[in-house]
Write a protein that binds this ligand. Structure first.
Ligand code: SPV
Ligand code: MG
Length: 288
């Protein structure tokens, strides 16, 4: 089944699903092999993996180059973090056109200004655009997509900005009316109370996506009760690789050898397997 249809089915289904973050071809393959039905191409993680900040320092075409690498190695849908759309409605149109051509299954755009600032950072740059301006971006995205299964998810940062659940509902209602396939309600609270209140008031207007990074202690059962459609585990592979790379680099530095860590890291054979070296050997036998 084409990836756009897969993503659409996952979002529309009456059951909770989970996407894990990936930030390059290798992590995408690992997520896919772990059994996830889809991948969150996280802006934070892609930026961090490039040594850059989550502030649109990486251009949208650079992001698409990385995401294309991810698309090439998996058969599951990739939901691209489109940040605030890299500009105005016209930049959104350019993004959708090129993302779709490169095999992205859907895109999430958020109602913050460009350049965006990560939701968990304080700062003067945490500003929302007007509901009207953001609806224009959603309409522009929906009018641009060629494949009717391509999903556009509208993310509101209103709770992040300290606005009320009622204000978030107002924004999301307008986004749904503008054509969003689902809405993403983001929160940086340590508990899921706001999300619960939102989902009760929201009902079944359109599917709801959440990112439980700060309220990670909430039992998954609770998300099912709230009838959440999709959970994004948004940054856990980049964070695990940071921790593990730091530990291994420190050990090698301290011990001045690599045998002290050899049993703790993936063997070279695993690197070759993930690169699908066997396929190339078979192709060589056929084509040389
Ligand atoms: C990301 O993963 O880049 C996200 C989620 O947008 S968050 O970092 O929570 O903003
Ligand atoms: Mg992001």
């Amino acid at each position: 089944m084409k990836v756009t249809k897969q993503l659409n089915n996952i979002i529309q289904a009456n059951e909770l699903d989970f996407f894990l973050e990936a930030h390059n071809g290798l992590s995408a393959k690992i997520v896919s092999e772990a059994g996830f039905k889809g991948i969150w191409a996280s802006g934070l993680s892609i930026s961090a993996s490039c040594g850059a900040r989550d502030r649109n320092e990486i251009s949208w075409t650079e992001v698409l180059d990385i995401v294309e690498r991810m698309v090439n190695v998996v058969d599951i849908p990739i939901l691209l973090d489109g940040d605030s759309g890299f500009g105005d409605f016209n930049n959104v149109r350019c993004l959708i056109k090129r993302a779709e051509r490169r095999g992205v299954a859907g895109i999430c755009i958020e109602d913050k200004i460009f350049p965006k600032t990560n939701s968990f950072l304080e700062g003067k740059n945490q500003k929302l655009v007007s509901t009207r301006e953001f609806c224009g971006k959603i309409m522009a995205a929906k009018d641009t997509q060629v494949d009717h299964d391509f999903c556009v998810i509208a993310r509101t940062e209103s709770l992040i900005m300290g606005q009320s659940v009622a204000e978030s509902i107002d924004r999301c209602s307008a986004y749904a009316e503008a054509g969003a396939n689902a809405i993403l309600i983001h929160s940086k609270k340590n508990d899921a109370d706001q999300i619960q209140e939102f989902s009760q008031k929201w009902g079944k207007r359109c599917p709801v996506v959440i990112v439980p990074t700060t309220y990670q202690n909430t039992p998954t059962e609770k998300f099912k009760e709230m009838e959440i459609s999709l959970v994004l585990w948004a940054n856990h592979l980049i964070r695990s690789s940071i921790r593990y790379m730091q530990e291994i680099a420190d050990s090698i530095m301290k011990n001045q050898n690599v045998y002290c860590i050899d049993s703790k890291i993936a063997p070279l054979s695993e690197v070759f397997r993930l690169q699908n070296t066997a396929e190339l050997e078979a192709a060589e036998a056929k084509y040389y």
